[in-house]
Design a protein around this ligand. Structure first.
Ligand SMILES: *Cc1c(COP(=O)(O)O)cnc(C)c1O
Length: 362
């Protein structure tokens, strides 16, 4: 069988153009060529995240920086906001790092709400919180602006935000939100190969990191800042990823960020409409659906149609398209289809047609 196109919610399809950029010859990571490349990307990244802070590149998957954020910023106790597989895991990772941690758990498919966080932070026990903007396992987006607004009430609490599957697909204005860390792995909405994470940190986060004794080296925020000031990374980065990111950023700005966001809304609507048009319901609480993937309810919640997900996946794969059969405890009782990255209405049209075909055959 030929190439099976990825419509799982990460990693997603990587374009030939991005691969060509990825495969350029190596250069030294302390040389002027690399510094020039980073210096060229820095303002693009700052525009993307609407920040005056330096944006850092970490050669790691997202979890590296997710764990690093805990090591740099949690001195007292961290509140891990949990609404799905990735956000639930963050509590486990906090404990594995030896941090005092507490979960704020809501049912999968529900968003995290500002009022619930407010209640927890009012206890005065916490100096950090973790939140996943777009919980990829459930296709649910939490209302980040409302949550970030709490920072004004709790200025000493570090707001650590994972935007792994939303960054570049929807506006994230770091400085205006007033949050402390914003991070994303690049194999999701950036449509790069896995292995790089983009992140930024507030002045308050950098000041706090400087006081953290056991923050380690590889994910030391102070090192990232010091090196970024010289247009470098602390250790040898995946230079191939840096080339690919540079190419991708040029694409983002050629398209225009607003156009990119609108494109994601349109391609997402295509999948949602397909699902609801065929009698399915969506897994997330209405009003909190992700814009980068669709998590279709297939019996996980009452209501709506159900199908044999394994058969649906198999039929899709035979048509050259890989979709996801549900993650963790909602495997089989949901399924997920990604519209992240480079997908357009034109590239999604055959996906919808293939879904129709697959459904007709079940
Ligand atoms: C994929 C994903 C992660 C984990 O990323 P890795 O690249 O596996 O480290 C974390 N958070 C969210 C929201 C994700 O979608």
């Amino acid at each position: 069988m030929g190439h099976v196109k990825l419509h799982i919610p990460g990693p997603v399809e990587v374009s030939a153009k991005t691969f060509a950029a990825f495969c350029q010859p190596m250069i030294g990571h302390r040389g002027q060529g690399f510094k020039d490349l980073c210096a060229k990307m820095q303002p693009q990244l700052q525009t993307l995240l609407a920040t005056k802070q330096l944006v850092y590149l970490s050669t790691s998957s997202a979890w590296g920086v997710m764990e690093g954020s805990l090591r740099n910023l949690v001195a007292k106790k961290v509140l891990n906001c949990m609404c799905g597989a990735f956000s639930d895991k963050w509590l486990d990772v906090s404990k594995r790092c030896g941090k005092d941690a507490e979960g704020l758990q809501v049912p999968w498919g529900s968003p995290i709400r500002a009022e619930a966080i407010d209640k927890k932070l009012a206890t005065g026990q916490f100096d950090a919180l973790t939140l996943i903007h777009n919980e990829t396992s459930t296709g649910t987006m939490s209302p980040l602006p409302e949550i970030a607004a709490l920072k004004q009430k709790y200025p000493d609490v570090m707001f650590i935000i994972d935007a792994v599957s939303s960054m570049t697909a929807t506006p994230l204005a770091f400085d205006a939100l007033g949050i402390d860390v914003l991070l994303a792995g690049t194999q999701k909405a950036f449509a790069l190969p896995p292995g790089l994470t983009v992140f930024t940190a507030s002045p308050a986060a950098l000041a706090k990191a400087a006081t953290a004794k056991d923050r380690g080296y590889y994910f030391d925020f102070v090192e990232f800042q010091k090196n970024a000031q010289e247009s470098m990374t602390p250790s040898t980065p995946s230079i191939s990823h840096v080339y690919a990111l540079s190419s991708k950023l040029d694409e983002f700005f050629a398209e225009g960020l607003e156009n990119r966001y609108a494109r994601h809304r349109r391609t997402n609507a295509m999948v949602r409409n397909w699902a609801t048009g065929h009698g399915f319901t969506l897994f997330p609480e209405p009003g909190y659906e992700s814009l980068t993937l669709t998590c279709v309810n297939n019996g996980a919640k009452p209501g709506g149609r159900t199908v044999d997900v394994a058969k649906l996946q198999k039929s899709m794969k035979e048509q050259g398209i890989l979709i996801d059969g549900g993650y963790g405890k909602i495997k089989g009782t949901t399924f997920r289809i990604s519209n992240m990255g480079d997908e357009t209405e034109a590239s999604m049209t055959p996906v919808i047609a293939a879904l129709d075909q697959a459904l007709a055959k079940l």
